[in-house]
Design a protein around this ligand. Sequence first.
Ligand code: ADP
Length: 466
Amino acid sequence: MELKNRKHKLNRKLIFYFTLVIMLGIILIGIIVNLIVEKKFGQYVSYKNEQEISNIIEDIKVAYKNNDWNKKYINDIGANALNKGILIDVYDEHNDLVWSAREYNEDKCNRMLGSIKDNMKRRYNNWDSDYREDKFKITSNGNEVGYLNIGYYGNLYYLDDELDFLRDINKVITIIAIVLIIISVIISVIISNSISKPIEKVSKFTKTIEDGNYEKKIEYKSNLKEVDDLINSINNLTDTLNKQEELRKRLTTDVAHELRTPLTSVQTHLEAILDGIWEPTNDRLNSINEEVSRLVGLVNKLNSLSKFEASKENLNIKEENLSKIVENIIYNFQTQAIKKSIRIESDLDDVNINIDKDKITQLVINLISNGIRYTNEGGKINIILKDEKNCAKLCIKDNGIGIPKEDIKYIFERFYRVDKSRSKNTGGMGVGLTISKAIVKAHGGSINVNSQIGTGSEFIVIIPKK
Ligand code: ADP
């Protein structure tokens, strides 16, 4: 429920902001277009009206011919001018009226002027142009033959048709703006959904992870790279959590097994001795002691591992000659190797490096002892120490049994053993490599493995020179 609300919130917010921005943009563009159209149209109408006046003057001049006024012609000019909101009166040289718009059609004159005034007042509240009359002399062959009175409302006034035209333009702009706003709302809903839907999916999915469900994956492909990256990361995270969960379960059974085997053996031996079935001979007491030692060894290893993982501070760093340390360890392993007819070959650069001698000794022992343990009789172990510019590189390579591909990623985990049967032949407890990795990490280095089943394994340790 809470999840849904969150989704809606995001969705609504996105839609609101998208629409708001687009709407403001459209309204602004609409207003600007409207102002430009109005201004340009006003300029056009003013120019047209000026033209109209000069045309009337020219036409009236032509109406005086052969010392007489052509009244019919003046009538046509006057009627035409009246249709355009211009009232003319023509007088002869004696100031006698030849033709007058008001005489021609008083009603129409009032209607025209009234409608112009209404139109302009309706359009512009503060329109205050006054009706004016301009007087123009009419001359023929250089003689004044009369004059013309032109009455009109200044240069800019709109007739009904012109006002209708402006209104239509406004209507079209408004309709376009409304259509654009509707389209923008639809698009913003689509875009917002495409952002919020995958987030909702991911959010729901993480809830299932929270409930401990690590097997599932998000099967969703969005069209946004960032969201796809997020989905991939979450899928990888569930993978890791799933593996950790498996390891955790395995760890519990493995620890139980490691503890139970020696404990059961000790218990059976002691019961037999207590029941008088067995004599407490030295051999038997030694066997019990061996199992107890194994338990103590296991607990000690766990203890040192937890110490390492808890803090990296407890290293005793000093400058040491690593080649000497490795050489000594190889020397100590020779007897064990000879017993299995395993040849240890080495090529060691002289490297002086700041390390914790005891810890690094333990690391090398772990790796060489694993090499011997997991290499069959007659095998070979190659140990190379290289002095590189910023680090020391130690490779321990055997031609032993190798590690199956699917196990490689787990071998550094606590109690992980490839051979789950835990035969006593190999005898390991599955913590050697975990401790090794913790030691290398505490030194700021890395440990990696290349291995192929049946061919052998190579462990590569890098220790930086700090
Ligand atoms: P163990 O005490 O069982 O040897 P480690 O942590 O040292 O535990 O090693 C974990 C597992 O990795 C081992 O059980 C073994 O299966 C595998 N392994 C380690 N080293 C080698 C190697 N050199 N060759 C083959 N397998 C190895």
